[in-house]
Design a binder for this molecule. Structure first.
Ligand code: SF4
Length: 320
């Protein structure tokens, strides 16, 4: 089912089965509203990365989720009813989440969202927990690759997932002192047939603050991207990269994208610490909680994009 919304840029359509977004800039204008909602299910994660922005871990704090199963379903049902395009589940390691009061698991949740609602569902796993591939419906998934040395292990998980998933994307964390290895990791992923790569830089949040010197700034990222020399690869980055069309569109964090933590705090981005509590498990409650959210310093609004101030020369005002 195609979902659509009138946005400040025009009519935005999303085909979840193909994962395709189409923006008709000649379409009617509307206001920003939540279209993609990320829900952190838990901070439980056995990988305990030293740089984890979510400060996830195995201890009691890590398992401290305020999401019972029924509350998640209540909220997601209303987001679905109000035309949200996609729910992305994260954490911590989302596959470890379960509701102790009902014994329902991550897999029950994904299955119910997929079969009961029209909203698309996806999740990001570090692959650190054994993923029960046979319990997953046919949905897109993402795997994290936290350093270039992990790429072979990530590829093994990605190949297993590819058997069961609609598509597999990779989130690759870039390290400033290891950009040459990161370049090889990208080539390795692409050569293995994984063409959807999200490039992440270390954030000054949670345990990531201790590794701030490894952060790749936008200028370095732009220079590094020019050395990749790749065709037909969907590379995305949440950092604004000068003179690159994709990042000229801005990141949308807090406009059409919202994140809700395992403590039910609504944030403009998963990488922001501060937000507003979600008091009502409804779409309207989410919209209310999203007013005047703090944003990352890297945020740029779509409406400031040079792309929309210039005439569009593509066919019929449509961007894909
Ligand atoms: S795998 Fe992800 S959630 Fe888990 S500790 Fe590492 S960065 Fe945090």
């Amino acid at each position: 089912m195609i979902r659509s919304a009138n946005t400040p840029l025009g009519l935005w359509q999303f085909a979840p089965d193909e994962g395709i977004h189409i923006l008709d800039t000649a379409g009617d204008r509307g206001r920003w509203r939540p279209l993609v909602v990320s829900i952190a299910l838990t901070r439980l994660c056995h990988k305990e990365c030293a740089f984890c922005y979510a400060s996830a871990g195995s201890g009691r704090d890590g398992g401290d989720s305020l999401w019972p199963y029924d509350d998640l379903i209540t909220l997601i049902a209303d987001l679905d009813k109000n035309g949200v395009f996609c729910i992305t589940l994260g954490g911590g390691e989302p596959t470890l989440w379960q509701d102790p009061s009902t014994s329902r698991t991550f897999y029950d949740l994904v299955d119910e969202i997929h079969h009961r609602f029209s909203v698309a569902v996806t999740f990001t796993s570090s692959g650190s927990a054994a993923v029960a591939y046979d319990r997953l419906p046919y949905i897109p998934v993402r795997l994290s690759c936290h350093e270039p040395g992990e790429v072979e292990g990530v590829l093994r998980s990605a190949r297993q997932m590819r058997e069961r998933a609609r598509c597999v994307g990779i989130n690759l964390l870039l390290w400033r002192t290891r950009l040459d290895e990161c370049r090889l990791a990208v080539r390795r992923l692409v050569n293995a047939g994984f063409h959807d790569i999200l490039l992440l830089t270390l954030k000054n949040v949670g345990r990531g603050a201790a590794h701030h010197s490894e952060r790749v700034d936008p200028e370095e990222l732009a220079r590094w991207l020019r050395t990749l020399d790749l065709d037909f690869v969907r590379l995305a980055s949440c950092d604004p990269v000068p003179a690159m069309m994709s990042s000229d569109m801005g990141c949308g964090s807090g406009d059409w994208f919202l994140s809700i933590s395992e403590q039910r705090v609504v944030k403009s981005c998963s990488f922001v610490d501060a937000g507003h509590p979600l008091h009502e498990l409804s779409y309207e409650g989410l919209v209310r909680a999203s007013l005047n959210l703090p944003r990352m310093t890297c945020y740029r609004p779509f409406t400031d994009s040079p792309l929309i101030k210039q005439p569009w020369h593509g066919p019929a005002g449509t961007r894909v």
